[in-house]
Design a protein around this ligand. Structure first.
Ligand code: ATP
Length: 351
């Protein structure tokens, strides 16, 4: 990739909407118009409370939504390594299968469920390679073994021990590494991870984070990861998008978003982080919970929980406003009419 290419986005998401049809004819508007550009080598964290739409957005980008999910409008433009662009939402099922894993791969939440329990790890690698190989390409048994072994080594696992094992014979941390290895098998340009360290103990989490840093430096892929763990996001991401009620309500560099948040919701999330340092301030949680996506209030969807809310917030549902200009899609933006008043004390940012 030359310099000119790194100046163009790999993924451009525009006005993406995702709905779930639930019982009794109800529709949940889980993603309500999301726009962002992801550039080569960037690492973007999607943060927010449970139910804000982070996983739906990640799955939607890859067209991996559950049956009840549908994408009524929007576009997901992808730029391949040859510079050709196309809308992922227009790909045929066959093209989509090749595109996934070879161009954009995903590491799902819950390392155990992502495996077929009755297949040895070597066979899981073989299946992935066969299912996502370019048209007409057949891999020999040796090719599969060699590629799987090399990828496992890159995630610091011993192929001889891991390849003949069944998933249940590995520890949680090892399984997570295998999943990351599987996702990198076909050398994708973008890796999407949903809660990559949830359910792992602290030391294992640390090891996975370090490994992701090393792999990214070595292989140069871009990353989108979903997390409700802000400290993890601040470590793994160079940019952050806060999601609330199916929209991105603040976005910027990790530093801009976490040091000078301009949306009261991002500020609330930061203040709710349990401090690591004994001298840091006590955490305060955000009152209430996110609104029902099938019955959204008028005006700003956060206003009922917001200490900055004024009368105007009842009638205005603001879009993202530019706060500070930055390169490569990382402008600091927030969807709040009172962003100029929103303020986090420096002491509160140091958690
Ligand atoms: N399969 C589904 N069927 C119906 N509604 C769904 C489905 N999956 C998610 N939703 C709804 O879509 C909204 C967004 O959920 P989503 O899982 O994307 O949020 P999230 O921020 O990723 O939360 P979590 O961190 O808990 O995964 C929620 O209101 C949720 O109830």
């Amino acid at each position: 990739m030359n310099d000119e290419d790194t100046a163009k986005p790999l993924l451009s998401v525009r006005d993406l909407r995702i709905d779930y049809r639930t019982g009794a004819g109800r529709t949940v508007n889980a993603i309500r118009g999301v726009d962002f550009d992801l550039y080569p080598h960037q690492s973007l964290a999607l943060v927010g409370e449970s139910g804000c739409g982070k996983s739906t957005l990640a799955l939607g980008l890859m067209r991996l939504l559950p049956k009840l999910g549908r994408i009524p409008s929007g576009s997901v433009t992808y730029r391949d390594p040859n510079g050709k662009t196309y809308d992922v939402l227009d790909l045929s099922t066959d093209r989509l299968r090749q595109w996934r894993w070879s161009e954009v791969a995903m590491v799902f939440q819950g390392a155990m469920n992502a495996f077929n329990p009755v297949l040895k790890i070597v066979d899981q690698f073989a299946d992935t390679m066969k299912a996502h190989a370019p048209k007409g390409k057949k891999f020999s048994k040796n090719e599969i073994y060699d590629r799987a072994a090399a990828t496992l080594e890159s995630v610091r696992l011993e192929p001889k021990r891991v390849l003949p094992s069944y998933p249940h014979e590995l520890s949680g941390g090892m399984r997570q590494r295998v999943l990351i290895a599987l996702s990198l098998l076909l050398k994708p340009q973008v890796l999407v991870l949903d809660e990559p360290t949830t359910a792992l103990d602290l030391l294992t989490q640390r090891a996975i984070v370090d490994m992701l840093h090393e792999l990214r430096a070595e292989l140069g892929f871009a990353m989108i990861f979903v997390s409700h763990d802000l400290p993890l996001a601040s470590e793994l991401a160079d940019r952050v998008a806060t999601m609330y009620a199916g929209r991105i309500i603040e976005s910027g560099t990790t530093r801009d978003t976490f040091m000078t948040p301009r949306h009261p919701y991002t500020r609330g999330l930061i203040k709710a982080v349990p401090p690591v340092r004994a001298a840091a301030l006590e955490p305060t949680s955000i009152p209430g919970s996110p609104p029902d996506l099938a019955a959204l209030p008028t005006g700003c969807t956060f206003r009922a929980r917001c200490e900055y809310a004024i009368d105007e917030c009842e009638t205005t549902d603001p879009g993202l406003e530019l706060i500070a200009e930055r390169d490569r899609g990382v402008n600091h933006e927030a969807a709040c009419i009172r962003w100029q008043t929103v303020h986090l004390e420096p002491e509160e940012a140091k958690r």
